[in-house]
Design a protein around this ligand. Sequence first.
Ligand code: DP6
Length: 384
Amino acid sequence: MDPLNRVTVVAPVNIAVIKYWGKRDEKLILPINDSVSITLDTSIMRAKTTVCSQPDFSENQLWLNGIKTSFTNPRLLNCLEKIKHLAADQQSVDPAVLSWKIHICSENNFPTAAGLASSAAGYACLVIALAKHYKIKTDLSILARIGSGSACRSVFGGFVRWHAGVESDGSDSRATQIADSSHWPEMRALILVVSDNKKHTSSTIGMMNAVKTSDLIKYRAEYCVPKRTDKMCEAILKKDFVKFAELTMKDSNQLHAICLDTYPPCVYMTDVSHKVVEMVHAYNDMCGEIKVAYTFDAGPNACLYLLNADVPRVLTLIKHLFPSSSSDFVTGLGDVEETETEFLKSFPIQPQTEDVIKYVIHTKVGKGPEIETSHLLNEKGYPL
Ligand code: DP6
């Protein structure tokens, strides 16, 4: 038995296909609409967190990606307080344990600087580790939601729906699994990390301004998303890629339309993002059928969803239109055999200047969070 009761968890990134954008309660992080996402494989992109506590620790301490960070983030404090509260109610641990200070060490295996959503994986990891440390039984998606809205979907693998809920205490604002990771094994994601120096408005601020100033967002939450979410769940369950892809692209476009309808506007997509959109539509037109979908979060990076069989041609196209000087341009599941390149000759878009896309992460649907035995904190409770 580990005297520090160290618990280590890895948790996945998820990328929404029906977006969460807008809160009805800032403190409890309650959304104005349902959302749907795909959980990605933790062997390619994941957050990892170790927590431990003991009577000798003099203060709560936090290390993020190797850097000691102050333990003052209100969302972190909120999660910890809520979990300790539940532990006290459930009498799940000796009351003395609840007075001990805690050490938390967390890292991502993908560059945070790349602007990829890391808070979802990070908070899912944190609350699962804390819940296990304090031996509480509860809905983990509700706990993760209190850290960061999108984190509630990273608690499950496969295809996930976050139900907005109607209760003011957030008790029905939780995620459920639509289908597990084995349901649609052909599904792949290509994440195109765009070179970008601009500091974009955070999702939290962007969506707050949208709720305050956009008229479109009300229409979206009330009329568009409810229908779209049901259709999306149906498309996933039926493995109807064409419908899935169309809904995904339309929903991403609507999110960014709302960002422009926000006052002052929030501009997340860059010229390169728009070139990716153009590429996808031109490719789908060329195929005579929708083969690829794009979706964009609060930044310029594109996430393309497509089926396994189309990965070789799409990667060939990306490398042609977005030439790179890097020798490991495609990471994750890696590059695939070059396909015939005949189709590139008549492709209606010209290659862009070199290195506007930094790299591509090739990944697939994942199983969700897991407990690990290799800790990030040593036997004294400090980073290894
Ligand atoms: C565009 O979950 O990062 O990625 O709840 O304020 O922490 P907070 O916001 P966050 O927002 C994510 C928004 C999004 C869409 C999505 O993931 O559904």
